[in-house]
Design a protein. Sequence first.
Length: 272
Amino acid sequence: MSGSVFNSVLVIFKPSQKCIETARKTSDYLRRLGVEVETIWVDDFFRLESRSFPLIVLVGGDGTFLRFSRLTNGGSPLILPIPCGRRLAFYEEIPLGELESYIDRVFHGDFYIEHLPRVKARVEKMELNALNEVLVANIDQGRVGSFKLTIHTPSTSTEVSVDCDGVIVGPSPGSSAYNLSARGPLIESTYPSIFINFLNSLQLNLAPVILPFLSRVRVEAATISSLYIDGDRITTIHDVPVEVSASWEWLRVIRFNTPRRGLFSVFAKRAL
């Protein structure tokens, strides 16, 4: 399509038969529009991570979306999520028969952009973005773990020691994921904030915490623990601090329905 800002597009897909077919249909139509298209399955995204694309098409479910989020750093291109998976919290409904019309809407600017805040986790020499949560969990599930938290907000600093199975720290979009299953607070996804939740704490009066987005959280595990980012196990840690703070590399997601009824849809799907 002559004159379009989307002169090149990367199509990332989940490696299932349905998603591969949807990715092929998407790529074929984009090429008919005169757009340069690259296609790759999500676990191979690192091979093209250094290249710049003005538009990323994600064909899959929440796992594909979260994997892309974890692997991408720096400035975020526009993301068009096309649903093709079991869990679709980050996706709008796009019927396969209407796929071409939705792509046309993108190229005509008929959409709005939802900005999703993330947090950045730092451990040793690694630095990773998290959209749902950073989880530090005791590796011995038969025994309770011990964790020390150091929390810095714009106005206060505090330390707390907790005996529990694990500590969850994440940005507002992740409040409806593992955090909610652990009876944590549900936060509007576009509201910049950081939550802390505790798995099976021995301290019965210990409640989850919501912090300003400019806060920093340091988690130190006294017991051997696993570090998870958005559900993926990253490494094993012991006496190594995990630093979690605001990331300014927010995701920019194309939406067609204004506004998204985030909290209402979560209640509708998970209240019963």
